[in-house]
Design a protein around this ligand. Sequence first.
Ligand SMILES: Nc1ncnc2c1ncn2[C@@H]1O[C@H](COP(=O)(O)OP(=O)(O)O)[C@@H](O)[C@H]1O
Ligand SMILES: [Mg+2]
Ligand SMILES: [Zn+2]
Length: 334
Amino acid sequence: MQNTVFRKVERDYNLKRQRAQNDAKLYKKNVYDENPILQEIEDEINMISLKSAKARIFSDDLNRRKEQEKLEYKLNKLNCKYDDELRKIGLTREDFKPKYECTKCNDTGFCDNKMCSCFNQELINESFKQSNLAKIKEENFETFDFGYYSTCNNKEKYGIEKSPLENIDGIRRLAYKFSHSLNDPEQKNLLFTGSTGLGKTFLANCVASEVIKHGKSVIYQTAPILLDKMVEYKFKFNKTESDIEDYDKIFDVDLLIIDDLGTEAMNSAKFSELFNILNTRILRNKKILISTNLTPQEIKREYEERIFSRFVGDFIICRFVGEDIRILKKKMMK
Ligand SMILES: Nc1ncnc2c1ncn2[C@@H]1O[C@H](COP(=O)(O)OP(=O)(O)O)[C@@H](O)[C@H]1O
Ligand SMILES: [Mg+2]
Ligand SMILES: [Zn+2]
């Protein structure tokens, strides 16, 4: 079986690289059309370079050596002239270089004989297209807005001593630290709980963005889709190489984000897949971030003991409180 995901991403990279190179060529051509002097100098440089290279082959000959020195001198002058002409129109040679998306691998997907982190992330994105990782462009630690969280202390309403603002400030710090401690065996996993609209998914996206920025891989998936996929895989008769790869990634990816746990209809096959994920990843020191609308008490009631005890032992439980931000936003629009 061919590895379709890999080949698709590889093809995209070739296209992306070619596009950057063609764009650069086209740009240069346009600049040259408007400034023919550049072409003239370049032609001259090319001609002299060729002569100089020839002279170098016979550089044991004294006359040739002198000739070569002269040529080198001319070349230098021409190069300066070329740079001067460019400067006059506000450009440098840099402007003619292809603009690659990744400056580490120049969109080849490989650097230092290893797969570039950008390529690795593309493989993951491709396999999990339906995940909303696209949102991390808008939802990240830089765009995080504290303005939606109240400064009022109201234990009766929120169930905690702190104000929602103080509370979210603490959770945000935990989440930020978590993003930078994925390899730390002392770092526990995160469980975001709280009712809908309190910013759990937003903060999960902040974490995803931060982690990807630092070259690590992330899979974001909602619990219903993830568990369905896993059960489907288990019962699939003819597993392709790419099926196997996708499945293995759930256990190997640097960070797995499971959103909306508790919205899926559970059954024993899904329980055992969920337990399998938690157990395997925890044993491998691979971090998990789970977000749920259920309270810890509800999890205890609705999930198996072996799953609940994982949550208690290996997760930091972050309780989100406040007002539904979706509603706040609507009110502000009025
Ligand atoms: N800190 C934040 N800054 C700006 N917008 C936010 C913030 N937290 C949440 N939002 C916005 O509020 C809405 C609800 O947040 P979301 O994360 O989906 O809540 P939850 O996952 O808890 O149901 C979304 O539109 C989201 O973009
Ligand atoms: Mg959510
Ligand atoms: Zn790269």
